[in-house]
Write a protein that binds this ligand. Structure first.
Ligand code: NAP
Length: 253
């Protein structure tokens, strides 16, 4: 049986991915920094769904974190039929007021480690029929985001990268999808200092709904869960960029 590698499995959207994939009898490789949470989750998944869940602790903010993770997977001889690049974080504040180190770590986790892990695991994915990659982007990918400049830019990268890979890997049988959620229930808002903003005081989607949509449509290039999010993205496409970036800034002021 081949595994799905799932980064950021210790909380929020990743933890829900773990449950929904396991409920489909899918074995998993769970990745994050908080190992004790991953061990508890692996035990729960084994008990509830009878699947095997391996735990690999990794810090994807380390420049070599993704490569080391890939080396561990290959050394163990685990076959891989899916990759969910879900680990990520944001931070609210003006660019020059936020610590540079944290913003560079954000680029490492949200962008560089996602790219490196995908690159290292593609040979394993190509070896499995019907394999898939889900890259968790965001509705933030569709416009610039004042007061979260690096986060929005990182998600724009993930969307563009995923769309290109979707086309490149079609004939190789690897489906690549960019999941673009709007505000979703998880630890993200508190980690990103967004609690109480307009963005998170309106309608916040349950992670279960987001993940259900993503898995059902994992062979689509772009998945935007929720009608409101879809309308926002499409209306944004019809508006001048100066309007959409100002609305984004206003939502997280
Ligand atoms: N929630 C939203 O509103 C929302 C909307 C759009 C997109 N997203 C995206 O959805 C994805 C999942 O976020 P979430 O909402 O579920 O947030 P969350 O509850 O804060 O979970 C984030 C996950 O990423 C992992 N992670 C963070 N830094 C890491 C690092 N250095 N190394 C390894 N793992 C790391 C965390 O694990 P450890 O802390 O244990 O390492 C955790 O499992 C992110 O890419 C986020 O940008 C979220």
């Amino acid at each position: 049986m081949a595994y799905v590698v799932l980064t950021g499995a210790s909380a929020g959207i990743g933890e829900v991915f773990a449950h929904q994939l396991a409920s489909q009898h899918q074995d998993l490789i769970l990745v994050a920094r908080r190992e004790e949470r991953l061990q508890a989750l692996a035990g729960e998944l084994a008990e509830r769904y009878g699947v095997t869940a391996q735990v690999v602790k990794a810090d994807l903010a380390d420049a070599d974190g993704a490569s080391e993770l890939a080396r561990t997977i290959k050394a163990a001889g685990w076959a891989v039929c899916g990759l969910v690049n879900n680990a990520g974080f944001g931070d609210r504040g003006e660019f020059d007021q936020l610590p540079l180190e944290r913003q560079l770590a954000m680029i490492q986790v949200n962008v560089s480690s996602l790219v490196a892990l995908t690159w290292h695991l593609l040979p394993l994915l190509k070896a499995q029929a019907g394999s898939f990659v889900i890259n968790v982007a965001s509705t933030a990918a569709f416009q610039a985001g004042p007061k979260m400049a690096i986060y929005y830019a990182s998600k724009a990268f993930v969307l563009s990268f995923s769309e290109a890979l979707h086309e490149e890997l079609k004939d190789a049988g690897v489906a690549v999808s960019a999941l673009c959620p709007g505000a979703t229930e998880s630890e993200f808002a508190s980690e990103a200092n967004l609690t109480g903003t307009k963005l998170f005081s309106g309608s916040v989607m349950p992670a279960e709904q987001v993940v259900r949509k993503s898995l059902a449509r994992r062979r689509s290039a772009i998945v935007i869960p929720g009608l409101m999010n879809l309308l926002m993205v499409w209306s944004g496409k019809l508006s001048p960029r100066w309007i959409t970036r100002r609305i984004a800034g206003w939502l997280q002021a």
